[in-house]
Write a protein that binds this ligand. Sequence first.
Ligand SMILES: Cc1cc2nc3c(=O)[nH]c(=O)nc-3n(C[C@H](O)[C@H](O)[C@H](O)COP(=O)(O)OP(=O)(O)OC[C@H]3O[C@@H](n4cnc5c(N)ncnc54)[C@H](O)[C@@H]3O)c2cc1C
Length: 385
Amino acid sequence: MNYELDHPEIREAVTRLCEAFPGEYWRQCDREQRYPTEFVQALTDAGYLGALIPEAYGGLSLPLSAGAAILEEIHRAGCNAAACHAQMYTMGTVLRHGSDQQKEKYLPGVADGSLRLQAFGVTEPTSGTDTGSLRTTAKRDGDEYIVNGQKIWTSRAEHSDLLLLLARTSPRDEVKKKTDGLSVFLVDMRTVVNKSLTIRPIRTMMNHATTELFFDDMRIPADSLIGEEGKGFRYILSGMNAERMLIAAECIGDAKWFINTASNYASDRNVFDRPIGQNQGIQFPLARAYSQMRAAELMLKEAIRLFELDENPGEEANLSKLLAADASWAAAEACVQTLGGFGFAEEYDVERKFREARLYQVAPISTNLILSYIAEHVLGLPRSY
Ligand SMILES: Cc1cc2nc3c(=O)[nH]c(=O)nc-3n(C[C@H](O)[C@H](O)[C@H](O)COP(=O)(O)OP(=O)(O)OC[C@H]3O[C@@H](n4cnc5c(N)ncnc54)[C@H](O)[C@@H]3O)c2cc1C
């Protein structure tokens, strides 16, 4: 794997940082479902989580390709950026659609890590993927909004100061499209948590710090609204391409970790007096996963190229997420098979990475919904839902 990669200095520095967080660190966090505070602090101190924030607000002003390189290297090193990747990109909604005052108030703190903006509340238990049917409401009352409802799978809420919240501000029957009448708010959770906001952790198959949120007459200042009332769905959509590309980069990093781990093991492990890697039954799934990973990597490169030219790479961003999640899952499967019984042993980290990699077939967008997007928006087929 010695083809040319962009941002080599950043990649090398991230790899060095990750060396301080070996498998044992992640196993311990995983066992206790503990938040990897030290790892997140190290990334924050190095400025990586503020990489995409403009220098004017204290960030590194780096392009998306640099953000992707950072996240890919974290995963290639066997670490997991899911604990904090949202700190890198959730701020995009504020940057693109927030007022100057909101940007000046929040972005410098997000850039230096003193303000954590890594909770993103869109999904609800009843509406699921059908975002337009969400039921959480925000009603204007003088210079405040009153929020009522529930969110699910709001990851990192316990480790975030701010929450980017999507809620309905106009009743469904008063708007033309169900995605109209939704608004985005930047909620300072510190003032409402354990009062009108309840955060309940959800234990999951991997260590992910995800939660349920309950809003009970939660009053927030009217200036928490981002952009115009009723246009929130559009604002959330405008950040989706970047999110898909960054998650694709993580999947590519995972695929590289699995392929590398499996190849090393297959070269060293002797059964029937020869390395198991000499058997084509072991070689081929790894070679196939590698091919899938390379295809995903090239698609991601193209998506990022278009994004950095200010074009709208909806097709390429979705394809790169789809291909990368498939590649990481194929690599995960081949890696477990290559290690045989040891693929299930905690100390090899393969079973942990296997559980972590599985998520990306479902979140932040499920494979089916990406296929629907391609069918409808690229192939011109009738909308299926
Ligand atoms: C660990 C974890 C962390 C998450 N973090 C966040 C977060 O921070 N913030 C947030 O807002 N959300 C978060 N999510 C939610 C995630 O985005 C959703 O789980 C995902 O979008 C799928 O929604 P759902 O779980 O409600 O599934 P559903 O919408 O109930 O769908 C279930 C299955 O049916 C399929 N399906 C549904 N409709 C169709 C259709 N029309 N055609 C074909 N297939 C269909 C889906 O693809 C899926 O496979 C997280 C989820 C998990 C598991």
